[in-house]
Design a protein around this ligand. Sequence first.
Ligand code: COA
Length: 165
Amino acid sequence: MRQPDLPLTIRGYQPRDQDRIRELTLEGFDGVSIDQNADALLALDSEPLWETRKWAGVQAELEASPSDHFVAELNGEVIGYITTHPQPAAGIGLIPNMAVDARYRRRGVASRLIEHALDYLRASGMRVAKIETLVQNAQGQTLYPSFGFREVARQIHYVRRLDDA
Ligand SMILES: CC(C)(COP(=O)(O)OP(=O)(O)OC[C@H]1O[C@@H](n2cnc3c(N)ncnc32)[C@H](O)[C@@H]1OP(=O)(O)O)[C@@H](O)C(=O)NCCC(=O)NCCS
């Protein structure tokens, strides 16, 4: 956890943020995406490629429950975002996606977003917060434990082509 040194504003997501969130998503998840790993492994080189699938997933989240997501703004520009998904029946609040503009990393932006998301999930009545990261994502594996998250399991994702190319 790092104290931010930037004059950030954390505010609720608005539909007008979508284009910027798409940019942050495609920049941020390049190199740390299950879909990208699958495309490379299976030599998939036609649409829908990982960028299309990743954005479709984030966009669906944004549109399904606009009030559950937050952005970090610096001088009017969105430089990071975080999505949440409270699951009242389970009492578990998911944090499915987050990215910070590469120009502003290691300045405490994600820390502010995570704090905000945890407060939001707590206020929504959740008793547990859950977040996932890839073994190949060094950032996540340092960041989340610093917020008190504890590792509970490792999962293996398998893929195969169905056209046997
Ligand atoms: C992960 C990510 C959101 C972190 O954003 P950030 O604003 O740079 O994070 P913070 O500045 O709040 O970092 C807080 C702490 O996290 C850890 N951390 C962040 N980036 C790290 C890195 N590249 N390597 C190791 N630890 C890192 C450090 O402990 C850091 O504290 P420190 O800078 O005092 O050492 C950002 O790197 C990102 O957008 N990555 C690409 C997308 C992604 O991985 N999203 C999460 C998917 S699970």
